[in-house]
Design a protein around this ligand. Structure first.
Ligand SMILES: [Zn+2]
Length: 279
């Protein structure tokens, strides 16, 4: 890794190479960054693009010149998103964490190997988050960060997909605990022809029927919080992340909620049918 970095910096510090390989004029924001922004003086070339780097308290945001306004807006909102999640999880990540705003389809393909248009194509690799710039929004960043916090908090221990995705949705959906959002979620599920079982959701089907599956996994977390309180959710994470805890996730869940997974799933299903989350 050090070697690769070394190559890049040599590449860009050599005036000859600089001239022949980087046919761009120095953008204005390098000399006059927006107020309060820190931008690296030297861009880097990756994925056949020239990326500038804007640094915040917890992030390094990589962006191409056309996405500069997006990057500067992002820089204003990512730190508070990080702090809210760190507070919720009672955990810190190794920072600065790198975000790449990918400018176009061919760059997305170079990074992810993905040719389909997946909407907010996002992927995480080796401590880096890649987001298609045209789909950037702070909810996406929060969703992906939630996965990362959970993984680090639990030291890579396994959790069910419904739990991982449900929690990410829970922690990234604006006003998730409002009656309005909860009504919307549960009405949508009541109108669905068929719900997936928790076991179905483990079979890698999330993206196949994303509109329903993501609503469903969020509803599971909302149900658990409504009936047992959000503190139980945090208690579950504390228990399961314990260094001396060796039970499965399902075991930890039964211990914290006092119910088997089968019973919890049945309670959730009854709850969805009645849509009865009156407080
Ligand atoms: Zn996700």
């Amino acid at each position: 890794m050090g070697l690769i970095c070394g190559c890049w910096s040599c590449f860009f510090k050599s005036p000859k190479q600089y001239d022949s390989n980087l046919p761009f004029s120095k953008p204005d924001f390098l000399d006059h960054p927006p107020e309060g922004m820190t931008i690296h003086p030297t861009p880097i070339e990756r994925y056949k693009q020239v990326f500038y780097i804007c640094e915040t308290k917890y992030f390094k945001i990589h962006f191409v010149e056309k996405d500069k306004d997006l990057a500067f807006n992002s820089a204003k909102e990512v730190d508070s998103a990080y702090e809210r999640l760190a507070d919720w999880y009672q955990h810190q990540l190794i920072t600065p964490y790198e975000i790449y705003l990918l400018p176009d389809k061919s760059t997305i393909y170079r990074v992810t190997g993905e040719t389909r248009d997946l909407g907010g194509v996002v992927t995480q690799r080796r401590g880096t988050m890649f987001i298609a710039s045209q789909y950037y929004n702070i909810q996406t960043v929060k969703h992906e960060l939630s996965h990362l916090f959970l993984r680090k908090k639990l030291r890579e221990r396994k959790v069910p997909i419904w739990f991982n995705e449900g929690l990410a949705e829970y922690l990234s959906t604006p006003k998730v605990n409002s009656d309005y959002v909860q009504n919307f979620i549960f009405k949508k599920l009541q109108n669905a022809n068929n719900l997936y079982t928790w076991r179905d959701l483990e079979r890698n089907i999330m993206l196949r029927d994303a509109s329903l599956t993501y609503t469903e996994v969020l509803s599971i977390i909302l149900f658990l919080n409504h009936r047992y309180g959000e503190d139980k959710l945090k208690e579950l994470l504390e228990l399961y992340s314990g260094r001396n805890y060796h039970q499965s996730f399902i075991g930890a869940m039964s211990q914290v909620y006092g119910k088997s997974q089968i019973d919890l799933e049945q309670e959730w299903l009854d709850f969805v049918k009645k849509c009865s989350f009156q407080k």
